[in-house]
Design a protein around this ligand. Sequence first.
Ligand SMILES: *Cc1c(COP(=O)(O)O)cnc(C)c1O
Ligand SMILES: [Zn+2]
Length: 417
Amino acid sequence: MDHIKHLKCVICGKEYQPDEVDYICPDHGAEGILDVVYDYEFIAQTFTRDKLAANPDPTIWRYKPLLPVEPDSPVPPLSVGGTPLYDAPRLAEELGLKHVWVKDDGREPTASFKDRASAIAVVKAHEKGAEIITTASTGNAAAALSGLCASVNQPNVIFVPKSAPQAKIAQLLTFGSMVMLVDGTYDDAFELCLEVADAYGWYNRNTAYNPYMSEGKKTVSFEICEQLHWQAPDVIFVSVGDGCIIGGVHKGLKDLLALGWIDHMPRIIGVQAEGSAYLAEAWEKGEDVLSKPPIQAHTVADSISAGLPRDRIKAMAAVTETNGAYITVSDDEILAAIVAQARGSGVFGEPAGATAYAGLVKAVEKGLVSPDDRIVVINTGNGLKDVASAMKAVEAAGTKPYFVEPTLADVKRALGD
Ligand SMILES: *Cc1c(COP(=O)(O)O)cnc(C)c1O
Ligand SMILES: [Zn+2]
């Protein structure tokens, strides 16, 4: 891969060639996550914004020269990326802001942001000739890998906590994955998956272990900036569990700055659930995320329930290096945000999806954004992923259906007519 200089350990800075190591820095174990360092001069020789504008492919593969795959590697047929960026003037007005956009990644093929990463995993596994791909997941990364694998007939084994929402488990079983429902937390499933992958030599897609996952996730920043005609937003809100998405958002923006395609780095605001606030806590107290012990995570937003965020080093850098912030929101605020975002923009998020919007509401209260800021909120997952939580959200909002007999008279009664 001529466009990649090396992989660099986020702890010790040691550099490796892509064919030297598969996942992590051998000196630092699971914490030694590698960052892919590109040769931007080389890339810029053939890849330009004009060239991009002329490319009708709306998927993440339009950015292939900035992705860690061989130029001629076949890509899976599912349409990943190219999700809409909706102008949301009513949400903006409610919050006293001028510009708010919602990036709707609930529109990905398996209905979450995770498709961006799993698409890369499938290509990398193919490049390596891997027979089986595996991952642990709170649910969405699993569904994404499962769907992407189904699209290319790639066998895979998935580890999810048995408490994962039904819809996500249904996706896995429908796509034909071998599903291990782990009697434990996501953190338990993660450790187990690493152990099994190692024992069997399976290709490992695990978040923040496989260095290429944040590279897939960074495509959201490419899209946001391209959709805003390369006028980068001022602030981006993103929900945070393991921290791989926020790290990817940051990486994409760094790529664009390095190429000179945008002229400033947006502030990145990470939003965590109060019950799963490892990074927010570390950021507030200035704690070292390498020595901070895991917490007990518990939140309605299952996709961001992570006791030990696996990508915590990149996740912390995304905020500190962009003058951003970490904020927390309660489960009640998350449920309220599901309803507010849906009614104010038409975008139906799962709890972790609407968490970014809950964070924006909180940031306005705290004066963390100014009225003129151009703000993007990323909805990372579709509301249909977790209908039980949506029902809780509408109940809390006091919204009830009317039960009627199949007669005009009874509808009149319901209408109070
Ligand atoms: C995975 C996920 C997140 C958080 O991403 P991390 O990389 O774990 O921080 C947020 N929202 C949804 C819907 C997700 O599936
Ligand atoms: Zn290292």
